[in-house]
Structure formats: C-alpha cells, structure tokens
Design a protein around this ligand. Structure first.
Ligand code: GTB
Length: 216
C-alpha cells in the first residue's frame, strides 16, 4: 500500500529541506518505498480534518490504510521497522540506533530549535543580544559532545541508520549558523549523509513543490 504524507503547500523555508517532511521523505527514499504527498496550506492544517490526524495542526502526517501517524520520530521509526535498510537486525544494535533517534530529537533538537527560533520569538526584547549567545553556547556544548562521540567514525553506531537520518536532519537546521563547521568531523558527517542518493531525491522532491507553487 502506498502511504500518503502531508507537506507544506508553500514552505516558509522555500524548499531548503528544513520542513520536517524532509526526514520522512528521506526515510521512504532510503527504503525504496514510493509515496504520495498531500499538500496543505497553513489554514488547512488547522481544520478539523487535519487536526483529527495531527492534533497540533502541523505537518507532516503519514497515512497508510487504516493507520494515521504524526510526529516525525514515530513516522521514521514506523518506516524503519517495516522495511529493511534503516535499522540493524541485531537486537542490541537496533536498540542503540533507536536511542540515537531519541537523542537527536530530545537532546540535540531541543536547544537547536530554541536557538533557531529565538530571533522570531524574542528578537525584539532588550535582553536579546545577551540571550542569543547563551542559546548558541548551549548548542555548541551539545555539538561538542556529539563530535567527541562520533570521532572519526562514518556513522553514529556502525552502519548508517535511522538514528543518523534523524540526527542529520536536526543538524541541518544549523546550516545558516556556521556552528556545525566548527566541528570538522560533524561537518563531514552531515556532508556524507547528504551525499546519499536517497537524501538528494527527497531534497529535490521537496524543493520541486516550492518551485511549482511559486511558479503557479
Ligand atoms: N514534533 C513535530 C514532528 O516532529 O513531527 C513537529 C512538527 C512541526 O514542527 N511541523 C511544522 C509545522 O507544521 C513544520 S516543520 N508548523 C506549522 C505550525 O505549527 O503551525 C518545522 C519548520 C518549519 C519551517 C522552517 N523554516 O522555514 O525554516 C523550519 C522548520
């Protein structure tokens, strides 16, 4: 059965891979699962029909027959558990790969998003100029720890896994900041992941949505 995901009809990032359907598209591409995309406007995301699937009125969602999922971590895990390629067969290695998915979403993404959205949320406050470097340092601490753990390995734990996939989409959010570049091994890690054909297909497909919407 072909799953259907939702994505922004007009993404605020102009198709630069920041909207979170990117990680779902990438996972589907990695496992070779074709999928359909239903584009939704901001208004449609807040309507009862969408809220029934995504209670927070966000994208992406994932529908497959009777199953409707939200939360990208859960969606990527579902894809990885139902197709070979994104999780190791060995039970312990599988558990560790899933741990990296949680680490990406809970330990890394949290300070990264706080740092990224601060200019929009509190950019007009008189204390903002002192506050931003504090948030930046919180991100730097996590990057340093991640860099130390990765060392000179290609991937976080053995073969490329859903843990790397989610981690790289989280680090992608820092692209404009130059922070990842402070850590050459992390920079190389992100570049290695983004060189994967599945990443490129997912990125190009997401960008094509924005290009088509802008043209029309
Ligand atoms: N925890 C949820 C998940 O992982 O699925 C979070 C989903 C989420 O944040 N969705 C965002 C959304 O629908 C889009 S991806 N927002 C609309 C709303 O909340 O009303 C986040 C995102 C969007 C745009 C940029 N950008 O332009 O740079 C970056 C990240």
């Amino acid at each position: 059965m072909i799953p259907t995901i939702t994505a922004f009809a007009l993404s605020p990032d102009q198709g630069q891979g920041l909207a979170r359907d990117m990680r779902v598209r990438w996972a589907l591409e990695e496992v070779g699962q074709p999928y359909d995309v239903r584009l939704v406007s901001f208004k449609e995301m807040k309507q009862p029909e969408h809220l029934a699937i995504q209670p927070f009125g966000q994208i992406p969602t994932y529908e497959e027959g009777d199953l409707a999922l939200f939360e990208t971590g859960a969606i990527v895990l579902h894809i990885a558990q139902h197709h070979p390629g994104l999780l190791p067969n060995d039970a312990n290695a599988r558990a560790r790969a899933i741990t990296w998915m949680f680490a990406a979403l809970n330990t890394m993404e949290l300070p990264i998003v706080e740092f990224d959205v601060a200019p929009f949320v509190v950019g007009d406050k008189p204390w903002f100029k002192e506050f931003l470097p504090i948030l930046e340092d919180r991100v730097r601490v996590r990057l340093n720890e991640l860099s130390r753990r990765l060392g000179d390995a290609d991937w976080l734990d053995g073969e490329f896994s859903a843990g790397d996939l989610v981690m790289v989409t989280v680090l992608h959010r820092l692209d404009g900041s130059g922070l990842v570049k402070e850590f050459p091994n992390l920079s190389a890690y992100v570049a290695r992941a983004k060189a994967r054909p599945a990443y490129k297909r997912a990125f190009d497909d997401q960008l094509a949505v924005f290009v088509a919407a802008s043209a029309g």
